[in-house]
Ligand binder design. Sequence first.
Ligand code: SF4
Length: 660
Amino acid sequence: MTFLDNVFRAGRIGALVLPHRVVMGAMHLGWETRDDGGAALAAFYLARVRGGAGLMVTGGAAVSPAGAGGAGYGVLTDPAFRHRLRRVATEVAEAGGLLALQLFHAGRYAKPGRAGPRPVAPSAVFSPFSRQLPEALPGTEVERTVRDFARGAVKARELGFAAVEIMGSEGYLVDQFLSPLTNQRDDEWGGDPVRRMRFGVAVVRAVREAVGPDFPVVMRMTGDDLMAGGTDRETVLRFARALADAGADALNVGVGWHESPTPTVQAMVPPAHWVPVATAIKAAVGALPVMASNRIARLAQADAVLAGTAVEFVSMARPFLADPALVDRSRRGLPVNVCVACNQACIDRSLVDSPVSCMVNPAVGREPVPAAAEHGGRPGTVAVLGAGPAGLTAAHRLALAGHRVTVYEADRDVGGQFRLACRVPGKADYADAIGYLVAELTRLGGDIRTGRPVTAADHGLLSRYDGIVLATGVLPRPVPIPGADLPHVRDYASAFSAGALAERVVVIGGGGVAVDLAHLASHPAPDRPARQVTVLHRGDRLGPRLGRSTRWAILAALRDQGVRIVPRVRDLRIDADGVHLVDAEGTPRTVPADTVVIAAGQLRNDVLTATVRRTGVWYRVVGGARDTSGLDAVRAFDEGYAAAHAFSRVRARDRVEEQV
Ligand code: SF4
């Protein structure tokens, strides 16, 4: 076997022949309800078809209004949604792609708007995830819901989809019937494991009967719900076998419910960590194809899973947001824009019913940067000042559009503050995100000059460009804490370096950088004694702006690693013994420290703005150089993209005006 040979083998799911063994998993995009005739959805899936995707699964299409996960979910009973889906299915099929429609019912996870129907579930058990108390479905309504799935499958076939996937995992309705935590019925739909299994099995059987033997039906099921008192292992395996008997052509195995207290998709979860859950299902179902999923970011990892286990397919979702050409680029040995599992622009947005994008690929859901030659435009020359995520993204997108780009970076290394994060446990891939941009920019002829600070004396140099992107980022904010100039006090930027931290570490700050530093400092390492780490912050909540999918997991990791978190501190003073403070109760305390790290905010590094303005050249200030309030990496990537878009548009407009 050679490179990725296990991935690049044809496979079969029912009557469907797949070109390779990677399936694009379902992602709710948030523009399913956009009134554009399906244009955005079609463009999204077509880009993935062109990038080599085999079988793709759509985001959940609710089989009834009560089943919609939120206001941004399409409902199959809505003719306008079906119209959009028909366009998507038709265009994907014409392009040679394979698209399965996911049939979805959120059950108690539904978050209805004010006018939406009340969530329904097997029993009236409050959902902490959606903060809803559902109504228990009467028996006749359960039967009707089964028929809704069957009707949805028939619609999918009529609309031109290649297959359906029934959403039965992550704690949605099928799981709610299966679990004793949420199914407290004592009728034919609950009361013992066999009756709790009955709903999911009935759905598969009804779908199979409705679409006939040749239309592929995939069941997405939970291999381990990671819920205390949830569905036991024996029931899960029995359920898998029953789904096979009911007519499923493949099982796509998910892990964990949305409300489970165990991280499954966060960066701290090691790659391929949950594969054994899928292999256990595989062992139970014999010849039926099984897909493994969760935290598989690269095709090389997928290949290793396929080589080392009996599962036939690997389902990857977010990596297809990060790089629509993931499959083709991997096959050709080109650098891939890797998903770093930050969840910031995808899952976290989806959880609040906002349209998703991708931190490292801000093109998702956006209008493409017009090519230099489009609309009569012409290539221009652009100087990008700063090689952090904002600057490199601008440079990459400008180069892709055909412009000539030179990046000037004062530091010896590229990546800016983003690069620092790659030492934090679980964030090693952050370095690859920067590496990808550099590799692509270089391939496209961009020029990156590191160790080359631009100053006011470069006014003449800058004046010769057609455009300037000012992306000089941020500087650590100095704080007026007595003792902050002592030798054992560091700013956060230097604290990320190897060997920067001693045994007792105090981090002063309450934002994401402070959390990352505490995680890094407290992480056990075999080559040094465990560190004692304390975080002091002024607010009530540590990391208040961290995303919903990640904050709880990272705080749990800090707790597990013994980090002490002291909120609402005031009157800080540092000396050789440590940090003196007054705590929330008004009691003076001293926290001993060998290293004190200040991670209490940032300042704009905008020293070049006046120089750039004086050139009279078109320019944009992006990322932290523009504004530090609410700054995060998503905004930095996004503004780099927007700057490239704006420059290309201006070139096209100027050209048109010249011609007029
Ligand atoms: Fe991956 Fe983050 Fe992009 Fe989501 S936003 S696809 S987690 S890189």
